[in-house]
Design a protein around this ligand. Structure first.
Ligand code: AMP
Length: 193
C-alpha cells in the first residue's frame, strides 16, 4: 500500500491562549511539507489554521484549502494557498476534505474542530471508511476528547473498541513520525456518505 500523501488537519480558527498550540500548528505544517505530503485544511488564514498553512507554504509545501462560500469572507480565507476549493455548504466541505485525505490529524481547536473530528470518527465507526485518525495531544489538549469517548464506552453507549478508532499521540514530532509509517487504505465508501 502506498504511503500517506494527503493529510487533512482539523484545528482552531482561533489561536487559543497557550503559545504551544500555535507552535504545534506551525511545526505540523512545516513537517508535513518537509515530508513531501500535501496539506488539506479548512482554508482560513487566521488562528491555528493560518499558522498551519503559512508554515507549510513557507517550507515549500502544497496546501489545499476547502472553504464554503458563505465562510469565505467571514473566516478570512487564505489568499496564498496552492489551491482553494470553494464549496456550497459545510457538509460538502467536510466531504471534499474527507475524499482528498489519506489520513486525519486533529489539533487543538473549538467547536468546529471537535465537530470535524467527531464526524470523521463516527464515519469510521459506521465503517464508511478506514482512514487513520490521529488526535494530537498538545500539553493535555486531547484529554477532554478522550474522556468523552471513554465515558461513552463506560456508559454503555459505545463499544469498547470505539477507542481504537483513533490514536492519541503526544506532540508533533511523534505525530509526524506516525504519519510517515502509516499507509493509505482504499477509499471505497464516500458514495455512501
Ligand atoms: P473552530 O474549531 O470552531 O475554530 O473551527 C475550526 C474549523 O471548523 C473552521 O474552519 C470552521 O469553519 C469549522 N467549523 C465550525 N463549525 C463547524 C461545524 N458545525 N461543522 C463543521 N465545521 C465547522
Amino acid at each position: 500500500m502506498p504511503e500517506i500523501q494527503n493529510v487533512a488537519v482539523f484545528c482552531g480558527s482561533r489561536a487559543g491562549q497557550a503559545p504551544a498550540a500555535r507552535a504545534a500548528a506551525q511545526a505540523l505544517g512545516r513537517g508535513i511539507a518537509q515530508a513531501g505530503m500535501r496539506l488539506i485544511y479548512g482554508g482560513g488564514r487566521i488562528g491555528l489554521m493560518g499558522a498551519l498553512a503559512d508554515s507549510a507554504l513557507a517550507a515549500g509545501g502544497s496546501v489545499v484549502g476547502v472553504i464554503p462560500e458563505f465562510l469565505r469572507a467571514w473566516e478570512v480565507a487564505h489568499d496564498g494557498v496552492s489551491h482553494m476549493l470553494v464549496t456550497d455548504s459545510m457538509h460538502s466541505r467536510k466531504l471534499r476534505i474527507f475524499e482528498m485525505a489519506d489520513a486525519f490529524v486533529s489539533l487543538p481547536g473549538g467547536l468546529g474542530t471537535l465537530d470535524e473530528t467527531f464526524e470523521i470518527l463516527t464515519w469510521r465507526q459506521l465503517k464508511l471508511h478506514d482512514k487513520p485518525i490521529l488526535v494530537c495531544n498538545i500539553d493535555g489538549s486531547a484529554a477532554p476528547l478522550v474522556a468523552i469517548v471513554e465515558a461513552a464506552i463506560s456508559g454503555g453507549f459505545a463499544r469498547p473498541d470505539t477507542r481504537q478508532l483513533f490514536e492519541c499521540i503526544d506532540g508533533i514530532e511523534a505525530t509526524l513520525e506516525r504519519l510517515r509509517t502509516l499507509h493509505t487504505v482504499p477509499a471505497e465508501t464516500s458514495a455512501r456518505l
